[in-house]
Design a protein around this ligand. Structure first.
Ligand SMILES: Cc1cc2nc3c(=O)[nH]c(=O)nc-3n(C[C@H](O)[C@H](O)[C@H](O)COP(=O)(O)OP(=O)(O)OC[C@H]3O[C@@H](n4cnc5c(N)ncnc54)[C@H](O)[C@@H]3O)c2cc1C
Length: 229
């Protein structure tokens, strides 16, 4: 079973490979079963086979593996993440469990303005003074929101209703199990310049794990222009 130490992201977040049943060899053997052939170890020609499968969009041999990630991220990142339907999720419940007071405050360098029009936005760093003001405003708002959350709980309100006052910057956590084909699709969309910076940081962390666990598949995906088969 492949596991990795957690990669910390932002003040309260992380990505951790909780387990993997994944290898380049699984791709090779899934493809070679067409000819009733099986290998015990990778050979040089298998690199070419994986490149061919990637290039010619024979995607199914990349599905016979699984990565199980444990992720802690702000709710707005999770909301984008959960749009990826090919995979399985289980998330911390704010109906059954009191959420912790952990909130996303961007580093000053990540506070940005949005310039341009839909489809062609650029994001420009905010002036340092504005960045600090925004960080302070966010922190104050989070503190007030959490204080109200606690007051509602103390007055007996159900957690499922009290959570309504918590902001999108609240941290959540979940497990995500995904195969390599779907993971490559996720990375092509979410580790791209067009993705929101915060989910991009998570995708970049996943990409380093993917590259370690399936190096030949990863190289083939890069050679294919980061397009999933
Ligand atoms: C930069 C960016 C901006 C975005 N903006 C918006 C937005 O403004 N509003 C919004 O609603 N969403 C937005 N999204 C989300 C986007 O539309 C997708 O829902 C998300 O990226 C998941 O992609 P996916 O469908 O390829 O992944 P998955 O759901 O994991 O699907 C993987 C692949 O399986 C196939 N597949 C899955 N389900 C079906 C199906 N029902 N029919 C046919 N094929 C299927 C497709 O080939 C798909 O690519 C945005 C995404 C990005 C990256």
């Amino acid at each position: 079973m492949v596991t990795r130490p957690e990669i910390r992201l932002f003040e309260h977040g992380f990505v951790r490979l909780d387990g993997a049943m994944a290898s380049d060899l699984s791709v090779v053997n899934s493809a070679r079963v067409s000819f009733a052939k099986r290998r015990e170890t990778m050979e040089e020609s298998d690199r070419g086979l994986i490149g061919f499968l990637m290039r010619d969009r024979h995607g199914t041999p990349f599905e016979h593996n699984a990565f199980r990630f444990h992720v802690r991220c702000p709710l707005f990142v999770a909301r984008e993440w959960f749009r990826h339907r090919i995979g399985s999720f289980n998330e911390e419940s704010a109906r059954y469990h009191r959420l912790e007071a952990d909130f996303y405050v961007p580093e000053a360098a990540d506070v940005r303005s949005q310039v341009g029009k839909p489809g062609a936005y650029t994001f420009e760093p905010a002036a340092p003074a504005l960045a600090e003001e925004v960080r302070a405003d966010l922190a104050r708002q989070y503190t007030e929101a959490y204080a109200l959350y606690e007051r509602l709980l103390e007055r007996g309100l159900a957690k499922e209703l009290a959570r309504c006052v918590l902001p999108m910057g609240t941290f959540t956590q979940f497990y995500w199990t995904v195969n390599a084909r779907s993971l490559m699709n996720f990375l092509s969309l979410r580790a791209a310049d067009t993705a929101q910076l915060e989910i991009r940081r998570y995708a970049e962390a996943l990409e380093t794990i993917f590259a370690e666990v399936m190096p030949v598949t990863y190289d083939a995906w890069l050679a294919n222009g980061r397009v999933a088969p």
